[in-house]
Design a protein around this ligand. Sequence first.
Ligand SMILES: [Mg+2]
Length: 270
Amino acid sequence: MTDTQVVTAAEPILSYLTDMDGVLVHEDHLVPGADKFLAELRANETPFLVLTNNSIRTPRDLQARLRHTGLDIPESAIWTSALATATFLDEQRPGGTAYVVGESGLTTALHEIGYVLTDSDPDYVVLGETRTYSFEAITTAIRLVERGARFIATNPDPTGPSRDGSLPATGSVAALITRATGREPYYVGKPNPLMMRSALRRIGAHSQSTVMIGDRMDTDVVAGLEAGLRTILVTSGISSRESVEQFPYRPTMVVDSVADLVGSTPNPFT
Ligand SMILES: [Mg+2]
């Protein structure tokens, strides 16, 4: 079977990719039933990866954060845009150099693939999510991009959620560097299907037998679709059931929450 073949509902589902925020958790709170859903996947030995566009934290930090909310997810089942970016750079230019504006999730991922982090003539400027942007770091990034460093960003999200309202996210800071340099970054995270493909490879899964679950039509569903996966939209996060028809593409299935999938895995389409 090739990726270009049309998949039908009857074809087996062997593995799952699932977005994190809005699907399994709302910031620090469990989405009711998410624990039961993941427990079922584990009981059935269905391979899965939890995806997040947020590059601030390492998988170990995320594991601890998720355990706090009541979700026991192994570190190896967490796939961040920082890991996807590091995997991409390792394939493109192994043993390269980068100037990083970001936090430990990103710097750790780049160290682990053997990258040297430097502000001296780096191959790349890599921008990730951070809460501690400095004028000096942004200035350095701008000058390095002007001098020819390739501009990469972990994810295009303009804002992120917080209890008090929106926070500026990677896409907004990337826009600042783009405005100053005239250069657009290459974004590795969702909706780039590259994020799905590297996740599939990580668990040895194939697109035609994998489901992507997400709460956003404009990132999770489109990225899953473009990578050849079947998709489930949960309405426990950003996108509503009503909004689906406004998009030129649709998910394979819409449910209120992952709690509705309990009892129907691995193949909820049959
Ligand atoms: Mg989400």
